[in-house]
Write a protein that binds this ligand. Structure first.
Ligand SMILES: Cc1cc2nc3c(=O)[nH]c(=O)nc-3n(C[C@H](O)[C@H](O)[C@H](O)COP(=O)(O)OP(=O)(O)OC[C@H]3O[C@@H](n4cnc5c(N)ncnc54)[C@H](O)[C@@H]3O)c2cc1C
Length: 441
C-alpha cells in the first residue's frame, strides 16, 4: 500500500492570468501559495499529480529544531509557530502538535554531538535537555532497557504527512486561490529577461511570477531554461503499522530505528538516513558536487538500481512545451520499496519496543529525498530571470520547515520584510563550483 494521503478536490478551470503561479503542490508549494493568497494575490497552484502525493506525504512528520544546521535553525523555530498559527487562523487540521522529541543513545560520540548542539542552540534561545542515563532510561521505559543518555526537545513536534499539504491547499481554496491537480507545468515563458507565463499541459497562465516548488523534479525543470540547479535524490523506504491498542510513545529516535505517531493512531517506523542511491544521468552530471555529501553519509547509503532512470525525474532530455513531458508519464513519483529495508526496520522496531509485536504493517512506501550539495534548500529568485523563484532541494528537512519556507518565498515575492535572513538559501551559491559546508544533521 502507498503512503496514506487525504484527497482534495481540484479547481475546475485553469485561469488565463494569475499574480503568481506555484509549480508543485507539496508542503512547500502549498504554504507558499497560502501565504501569497493571504496577502491578496491571485494565485494558481498547479500539480502534475495529487496534492502532497510525493515527499510531503511520505515523510516521518517531524517538525524539529533539534540538531538543525545553524543555517536552518531560525526557519525551523519560526515554522513551529507558523504551524500553530495556521491551525488557529484556518481551522484546518494538519495534525501539528508540540509533543517534544525524544532521542536515546548508547554512543558517547552521538551524545557528545547532541550536547555540542545543545550548547549552540542555547546561544540562539532554543531549549533542549540532555538526559542522564537514569532520565533517558525512565523516558524510554517502553524499550525496557537501560540507556546511556539522550536528549529531549520539548518545543518540537510532529504534524501528519497524510493531511498537512491537503489541509493547506484547502485553506488556499477558501482564500480564493485555485488548485489544479493532474496539471503539469511544462515550462515557463520568458520575455525581456522576465517571466511572462507558465505553460501547463492544460494551457498557459499569463503571470509575472513563477515559483518552482517541484521537489525532486526541480533540477530537470530548471535545465529546460538553462538554469543550473545541482540536485540529487536518495530513495528511502519506510512503513506504517496500525495501532494494536498498546500505549506507545508519540516519537522516539534511536540510531537503529525510530517511530512516530501518525494521525490515524498508528506509527511510522523508519531507519534514519538509510537509503539507496539510484544512478541517473543527473546524478552523474552533479556527482562531483555531491561527493562531500555522499562521503559524509556513506555508512547509511547503498547502491540502488534502475529505479531512478525508470522514474524519469533526473533525466537529461529537453522537453517540448507542446508535447507530454516525463512529468506527465510519472504523475506521482512512487519508487520501488526496498523490501529488505522494510523487513529490517520492522524487526529492529519490534526488538526495540516489544509492545509493537503484533502491530500489523498497514503500508510500506518509498520516497526520493531531494538534496542539494550542502543539504540546505535553494530559495530565492534566479538571477537573470525576473520573477522566477526557486524553492526546492529541502534535503530531507522540508516538511517541518514548510510553513517558514513558504512564508519566506511569499516575503521575497511581495518584497515584505523576510521572516528569516534569506541569504543562506540563495540559489546563487549553486552557480559556483565551490562546495558549501555539508549540513551536520
Ligand atoms: C522517507 C522520508 C522521510 C522524511 N522525513 C522528514 C521529517 O520527518 N521531517 C521533515 O521536515 N522532512 C522530512 N522529509 C523531507 C520532506 O518530506 C521534504 O523535504 C518535503 O516534503 C519537500 O516538500 P516539497 O514540497 O519541496 O516537495 P514534494 O512534496 O516532493 O512536492 C513537490 C511536488 O511538485 C510536483 N511537481 C514537480 N514538478 C512539477 C511540474 N513541473 N508541474 C506540476 N507539478 C510538479 C510533484 O508532483 C510534487 O507533488 C522526509 C522525506 C522522506 C522521503
Amino acid at each position: 500500500m502507498p503512503a496514506p494521503l487525504t484527497q482534495i478536490e481540484t479547481s475546475a478551470k485553469l485561469p488565463h492570468t494569475a499574480d503568481a503561479v506555484i509549480i508543485g503542490a507539496g508542503i512547500i508549494g502549498a504554504f507558499t501559495a497560502y501565504y501569497l493568497a493571504k496577502r491578496g494575490m491571485k494565485v494558481a497552484l498547479v500539480e502534475k499529480g495529487r496534492v502532497g502525493a510525493e515527499q510531503s506525504s511520505r515523510n516521518w512528520g517531524w517538525c524539529r529544531q533539534q540538531n538543525r544546521d545553524a543555517r536552518e535553525l531560525p526557519m525551523a523555530t519560526k515554522s513551529l509557530d507558523l504551524w500553530e498559527r495556521f491551525a488557529v487562523e484556518t481551522g484546518e487540521n494538519t495534525g501539528f502538535r508540540r509533543c517534544g522529541l525524544l532521542y536515546l543513545s548508547d554512543s558517547e560520540e552521538e551524545l557528545a554531538g547532541w550536547a555540542r548542539w545543545r550548547d549552540y542552540a542555547r546561544t540562539v534561545g532554543v531549549t533542549t535537555h540532555m538526559l542522564s542515563a537514569n532520565e533517558a532510561t525512565e523516558r524510554g521505559r517502553v524499550t525496557r532497557r537501560r540507556w546511556r543518555g539522550g536528549v529531549f526537545s520539548p518545543s518540537d513536534g510532529i504534524a501528519d504527512p497524510a493531511n498537512a499539504a491537503p489541509a493547506v491547499a484547502r485553506a488556499l481554496l477558501k482564500l480564493g486561490g485555485t488548485v489544479h491537480q493532474g496539471c503539469a507545468a511544462r515550462g515557463i515563458e520568458i520575455a525581456g529577461g522576465a517571466v511572462s507565463g507558465v505553460v501547463t499541459e492544460k494551457g498557459t497562465i499569463r503571470t509575472q511570477i513563477a515559483i518552482l516548488a517541484g521537489g525532486a523534479w526541480a533540477s530537470s525543470f530548471c535545465r529546460q531554461i538553462g538554469v543550473r540547479f545541482p540536485q540529487a535524490s536518495v530513495r528511502q523506504s519506510i512503513l506504517a503499522v496500525a495501532s494494536n491498542g498498546n500505549a506507545l510513545p508519540d516519537v522516539l529516535y534511536t540510531s537503529g530505528v525510530s517511530l512516530t505517531r501518525r494521525g490515524d493512531g498508528g506509527h511510522t517506523l523508519a531507519i534514519s538516513g538509510r537509503g539507496r542511491v539510484d544512478p541517473t544521468p543527473q546524478l552523474l552530471r552533479f556527482s562531483m558536487q555531491f561527493l562531500p555529501m555522499f562521503l559524509r553519509r556513506w555508512r547509511n547509503l547503498a547502491p540502488g538500481g534502475m529505479e531512478g532512470v525508470r522514474s524519469g525525474h533526473e533525466g537529461m532530455s529537453r522537453w517540448r512545451l507542446d508535447r507530454p513531458t516525463p512529468m506527465e508519464r510519472m504523475r506521482i513519483l512512487d519508487p520501488l520499496v526496498d523490501a529488505g529495508q522494510v523487513k529490517l526496520t520492522y524487526a529492529r522496531a519490534v526488538k526495540l519496543i516489544p509492545e509493537l509485536d503484533g502491530c500489523a504493517i498497514s503500508a510500506a512506501w518509498s520516497g526520493y529525498v531531494d538534496s542539494t550539495p550542502d543539504g540546505v534548500p535553494g530559495i530565492g529568485e534566479i538571477p537573470g530571470i525576473r520573477g522566477f523563484v526557486l524553492a526546492a532541494g529541502f534535503s530531507g528537512h522540508g516538511f517541518g520547515i514548510g510553513p517558514g519556507a513558504g512564508h519566506l518565498v511569499a516575503d521575497i515575492v511581495t518584497g515584505d520584510a523576510p521572516i528569516v535572513d534569506p541569504a543562506p538559501y540563495h540559489p546563487n551559491r549553486f552557480a559556483n563550483s565551490t562546495w558549501g559546508k555539508v549540513a551536520d544533521f
